[in-house]
Design a protein around this ligand. Sequence first.
Ligand code: MIG
Length: 865
Amino acid sequence: MVVASRRRGKKWWAAALWLAVASVALPVCAAPAGQDAATVARLASGIAWHRGGTVLQATALREGVVRIRIGRDGKLPEDASWAALAAARAASAPVSAVEQGDAVGFATGALTVTVARATGAVSVRDSAGHVLLRDLGAPFFAAPATGEGADGAQGFALVQAIPDDAHYFGLGDKFGPLDRLGRSYAMWNTDSYAYREGQDPLYKDIPFFIGYTGGVYWGLFVDNTWRLSFDFGHAVPGQLRIAAPGGPIDYYVMAGPDAKAVERRYAWLTGTPAMPPRWALGFQQSRWGYKTEADLRGVVERLRKERIPADAVWMDIDYQDHFRPFTVDAKAFPHFRQMVADFAAQGMHTVAITDLHVADLPHAGYAPYDEGMAQDRFVKQADGKPYVAPVWPGPTLFPEFTQAATRAWWGTLYRRFALEDGIAGFWNDMNEPAIFETASKTMPLDNRHRIDEPGFAPRTASHGEIHNVFGMLNHRATYEGLLAFKPGQRPFVMTRASYAGGQRYGVTWSGDNVSSWNHLKLTVPMLTSLGLGGFTFAGADIGGFAGIASPELLTRWYELAMFTPIARSHADPQSRPQEPWADGPQHEAIRRRYIEARYRLLPYNYALAEEAARTGVPMMRPLFMEFPQARIDGAPMDLNFTNDSEFMWGRALLVAPPPAPESPGAYQVILPPGGWYDYWSGRRLDAMRSLMTWGVGGQLIQGRDMDATTPHMVMVEPKLDQLPVYVRAGSIIPHQPPVQSTDEVPGGPLALDVYPGPDCEGVVYDDDGRSFGYRQGAYSRVALTCDLAADGRVTLRIGRQEGAYRPWWKRLRVVVHGLGKPPRGATLDGAAVDRIAYDAQAGTAAVEVPVQEAGGVLVIEPEAK
Ligand code: MIG
């Protein structure tokens, strides 16, 4: 350690090396600094503990969220954050004092925090007594680093106990199984072209996970932007180690008891995801390599001609003049503005890439450079000179996004594109930041950032501290800039790099994935993990970015992607074409069918998006989020090879892609308790066809019937054109008639598909799809419930419309599933409804009724006995 620091003359590196050593031989019972007696003081909503130079403060922000900060030299870390909202950090909740032998602490209604008097070791329990977090010793501090760029950085490690039954989920874009137990991860935003399973770190730093123990879920968010690491019992079984080479010890524990409650609390703390415009839920076509206006016009023309519903086309770096952000290659795109307008007239939104690196181009009339230099907007090296490094345009400079004023300036660069050219959305790529021709792939860690930000003390900070928030601040600058131009409109901005809280500024995607079966399979845990970390509005490049997708791979990818939040086809220039029509009419027909299915589901999907933006509960959910009690032993359902590719698309739909997608073989779909319908046929699954159920400890028991309390399995062997999707019994799903874009007003009624079962519910939500008017009441929400009586009578209750928005539909087509016989009749608010269409094959009865503002009660009467 000392040797390394002398040789490099930079203790910063020493801290990193120390960390590597510490992770092997960390003394678990390291004594806190100093030998003085510990003192404890009670605060209005928590306690303060100190001993020697070490100070610890634990406070309740609200009943289910506590914050713990630990500092050295008698000082708590600065109360500032890029992620945790100021209002949340300023909140406080009433607590009651707790004394427990050698420990002292406090309790809220949901959490009890205690601190060991002697060591400062923290424990957190829930109200039922489950130990969620338990330090195995005091925090372990490294010696302060000195030298250039070190900023006095001091590393630390926290070591906590892993309960025997624990599992961990989250951390954002980690590429492997959903469960993090037994693995270790680094948090360091990294350009990761063609990454592989297990490769780590990738593009984003979301230091938040959901833990499971004893039948409950809880959350831990460590708000530290440095190169943090999480080791979930990999180095030492039974020990969860959280370490960083610098920065604050500042973390938040969130209560459950279920994962949705944890998500809501995390969203309260770090913000809900930005509500995207509705068109973002449409199908989007992109490719690196649409080189000319003719290429792009050809794509749009073909989408419309082939009647493939689509909402957006994307322009990658090819549209720019010499890859210079905020320029257009006028030779390749001679009628740029007209092209964008022509697309818009067809309901096609144009999204343009605008990378953060500004070409180092003096005396050329290049405004981003000229203004940026004149206003001193660029990141500097340790020696004070502007930092210049090669990326797409050649030598480039990097805006100092850590300054509010520089972010505001960056926003103004969008004026022409956003206001004059009518570009609907933007893409912030390369913002890890990625640097070419550099082994580290990024800036030197001793680059000097100049923090000048409300809520922060102005100071300089090393790139080692700022690296992981740089991309998020680029995203934020773009989002807020667009908002300043059009305050009433929801911006659409997609970023590659981000940090916790970045969900407030728009969408993301999983970067440069690969055209392989393994990537297709792991898209599910990748996107569900991003969703757990707040980034529910995420997608993976359909077909894979790098490499050549076979027609079969591409078709299966289209199928799955239609049940993910952002469905964008994208590929690199070496790839085969990956547009839906690329492999002839048979493949195209399948792909079109799935894209159409997504558009039919738009009312359901849009309600999910709105729920996510309002509450933080993601659109794509692990099974444990909907069915926390599904297994007899209470453990999460999503742990086994057989079912870790399954997921819930909202509350109602279970999507079960092949666990080994390359194999044409049969596999078992594990269905949580409660009854299911096949989404495609609409038929109720035959209870007796359930083959097995899970017993205690996850073992399989042969021959049990499908019932309401145990999970069950169905064997499937989906052909190329089949993706198994199931509807949870007890769901009401809205569907709309076919359209070619989300801007098109559908013709005909809104369908309400009713799948009777336990706790039957659904919701219909609508608003104008683009403004923030919904925040002032310009929305329409109708709650739906249904029940199935013992005699077979089905009652659908349609609630009174909430909100002042008038949706497009005037009539409802109610389709009740699971009816073995034709019904005798139907009534709406007691009056007979004529014309019931019964479909014996599908087992459905359909009636059409007018929309009534006050709602109504629709009853489908069973056949008389
Ligand atoms: O160095 O803009 O992940 O989606 O097509 C590659 C070109 C830069 C990386 C992105 C990818 C995009 C590509 N970009």
